[in-house]
Design a protein around this ligand. Structure first.
Ligand SMILES: CC(C)(COP(=O)(O)OP(=O)(O)OC[C@H]1O[C@@H](n2cnc3c(N)ncnc32)[C@H](O)[C@@H]1OP(=O)(O)O)[C@@H](O)C(=O)NCCC(=O)NCCS
Length: 157
């Protein structure tokens, strides 16, 4: 079941983030800040956070929202599946849900920013396999030798 974030989900989501191997400390901090922001503002204009619950356990979440100053571009701010639930198709379910959310809101693009680091290989493959393509890349963005890679999918209506 995929449902909207509830205020008592925070602790579980923070522990999923802390266990995510490819996130460094700063990425974890920013991911937790977003959970705080979304929990404090359930009807947040940009941060629409949805969790996938499996037998009462939270297996992962995505946070998707409209990009300011556009009339139909959506950012997939974060998509995270708990380590112990990865490679079982849960990421795909969350991604499909995010795309449907964009469709329902008459969006046309869904964009996901990621890094060129080796630790993000699996994440980049995940987007490729789900028919995302690289729509932009900025060299030496996060640090020297760590490019910003923007994956995108044009949502057909
Ligand atoms: C990227 C991420 C969200 C993908 O989630 P996931 O649940 O592992 O994704 P899926 O299970 O849908 O797909 C991953 C793999 O599992 C495979 N898979 C899916 N269902 C399967 C099943 N029933 N049995 C076996 N394998 C399966 C997929 O084919 C894919 O395999 P491949 O890489 O060999 O092609 C997850 O790895 C993650 O949270 N990573 C860390 C955080 C991160 O980087 N987030 C993105 C940036 S914010």
């Amino acid at each position: 079941m995929i449902r909207k974030l509830q205020s008592n989900d925070k602790e579980n989501l923070v522990s999923i983030i802390q266990r995510t191997n490819n996130f460094n400390d700063e990425e974890k901090k920013v991911a937790v800040e977003l959970i705080d922001e979304a929990s404090a503002n359930p009807n947040h204009e940009y941060y629409n956070l949805f969790v996938l619950e499996d037998n009462g356990d939270i297996a992962g979440y995505h946070c998707t929202g409209k990009r300011a100053l556009t009339d139909g571009v959506y950012d997939l701010y974060w998509i995270v599946v708990d380590n112990k639930y990865q490679n079982k198709g849960i990421g795909k379910k969350l991604l499909d849900h995010a795309e449907n959310f964009v469709k329902e809101n008459n969006g046309r693009w869904i964009l996901a920013e990621t890094s060129s680091k080796e630790s993000y290989n699996a994440t980049r493959n995940f987007y490729f396999r789900n028919n995302y393509s690289i729509v932009a890349e900025i060299k030496d963005f996060y640090t020297i030798n760590d490019n910003l890679i923007v994956f995108g999918k044009y949502i057909k209506t």
